[in-house]
Design a protein around this ligand. Structure first.
Ligand SMILES: [Zn+2]
Ligand SMILES: [Zn+2]
Length: 451
């Protein structure tokens, strides 16, 4: 009995000791990684990301992990790889010849040297024309790249439609299943059909999905009237870094900035509906330094507490973000009580900034006329609107400015332009910019107070 009791006692002591040791281990582990624990109610901060990117899964020219690494190591916090009508999932192999032709002769070597032979999967005999490399699905490579609170990957797709011979492209960010383009008998109907398919999926799967309309002036597909008309579309690309998307317009077509102002004026004044918000993206395809659509030209900064797809998308839907091609803003604040709109730049030394407040007032000249060609024939592009639409209401040189709304504005947005070109411009004469979302419009749509 005694022996057994002392044995039990010893076992108990042992157990206590073990518990203490484990507690010690956990305590020291906890202390060692204390700064990496999930913070309680972290502060609101800005997260940088690109939601329009192509890889080998469609017509981009590098492996998705290489692309994700490019962004992760350049202070981005989120990236959606959005290939044409495909998600990076399932089994896919690519012939070496195609890899080298599309990328450059070093593409496989760079991939191997970055991730190692243990990661890169190949099949077939090297040097044979059948030699192939496997494209990794997002869910397989994301664990390799993602870092909590620093960098996440979000599933994207560029729903790539062709309607009346023109490209109608919509990006869906954080979708679950691929959506094949649905077409339509008009540009507007095509947007509605594809948008509805995304909304249906979001509802069915219970996910937050963001849809934005891509490069409206690629082949000059969209008029400002088209952009205005599809009210369910709330987001579009005010800047896309691809060199062929006609950001500046031409003699027959307004710039994208002006398209935005015309569309938002039509929405608020005529259609009594919320305005479009603008995103900037890379639409990157070329990752080997050659001319083309290279990464790093357009991004969004989203204000959110948490770096998760759901939090980012909710913040974007609430308008808590801005678009950038190089200028960083430290603060955007619209004081609804006082009706003042403050914008603060996060300046770079020796760079000058101009902050413009742009908007349309309710007494604007509403006349518009069709655009005519040299023979006087009407051309099917955005009508000509008066200069009152999207006027510069105030322009300030410096790193901060405030605009006081008079009550006549349908909306006001700010554009900040620096006096230097971006690191890798997408067109001649480009200067770095940042675009805030329009503010001051909710009052316009509010029902009149009851007597
Ligand atoms: Zn596109
Ligand atoms: Zn694209």
């Amino acid at each position: 009995m005694t022996l057994t009791r002392s044995h039990t006692l010893k076992r108990q002591q042992c157990l206590i000791l073990l518990v203490l040791v484990f507690q010690g281990i956990f305590a020291s582990h906890h202390t060692a990684s204390g700064d990496e624990s999930v913070p309680t109610d972290p502060r609101l901060r800005w997260w940088k990301g690109n939601i329009h990117t192509h890889s080998f899964w469609s017509d981009g020219n590098d492996f998705p992990e290489m692309i994700a690494e490019w962004y992760r190591t350049r202070d981005y916090n989120f990236l959606a790889i959005s290939d044409h009508n495909v998600l990076s999932e399932g089994e896919r192999w690519m012939k070496l010849e195609e890899i080298l032709n599309r990328g450059d002769q070093d593409t496989l070597r760079k991939y191997r040297s970055r991730f190692g032979g243990g990661w890169v999967e190949t099949r077939g005999t090297p040097e044979s024309p059948e030699f192939e490399v496997r494209l990794k699905p997002l869910n397989e490579f994301r664990a390799l790249i993602e870092e909590r609170g620093k960098f996440i990957l979000v599933q994207g797709e560029e729903i790539t439609d062709r309607i009346l011979g023109k490209p109608v492209h919509l990006n869906a960010t954080n979708l679950k299943e691929v959506i094949q383009p649905l077409g339509g008998s008009s540009i507007r109907e095509g947007v509605i059909n594809n948008l509805r398919a995304v909304e249906d999926q979001a509802r069915r799967t219970g996910r937050e999905v963001l849809v934005h309309l891509n490069h409206p002036s690629f082949y000059y597909t969209f008029t400002a009237e088209d952009l205005a008309a599809v009210l369910a579309e709330r987001f579009f690309e005010v800047f896309n870094g691809h060199p062929s998307v006609n950001n500046r317009g031409d003699e027959h077509h307004p710039s994208i900035d002006r398209l935005w102002d015309i569309a938002n004026t039509i929405r608020l004044d005529t259609l009594r509906s919320p305005p479009l918000y603008g995103v900037a993206t890379d639409d990157s395809h070329e990752y080997h330094g050659r001319p083309g659509s290279r990464p790093g030209r357009g991004w969004i900064m989203v204000q959110s507490r948490y770096l998760t797809p759901e939090h980012l998308i909710r913040a974007i839907k609430a308008g808590n973000f801005y678009a950038s091609s190089g200028v960083t803003l430290s603060k955007i604040h619209f004081d609804t009580e006082r009706g003042t709109f403050h914008v603060h730049v996060s300046p770079v030394q020796d760079v000058d900034y101009t902050i413009q407040f742009i908007g349309t007032l309710n007494d604007y000249d509403r006349t518009s006329s069709p655009r005519l060609d040299r023979e006087g024939k009407e051309i099917s592009t955005t009508r000509v609107y008066s200069e009152d639409v999207g006027r510069v209401l105030q322009s300030t040189r410096g790193i901060q400015a405030s605009y006081k709304l008079t009550g006549k504005e349908f909306y006001v947005r700010a554009v900040v332009t620096s006096n230097r070109p971006p690191e890798d411009p997408s067109f001649d004469g480009q200067l770095e910019q940042a675009w805030t979302q329009p503010v001051g419009w909710k009052r316009v749509l509010a029902p009149p107070p009851a007597d």
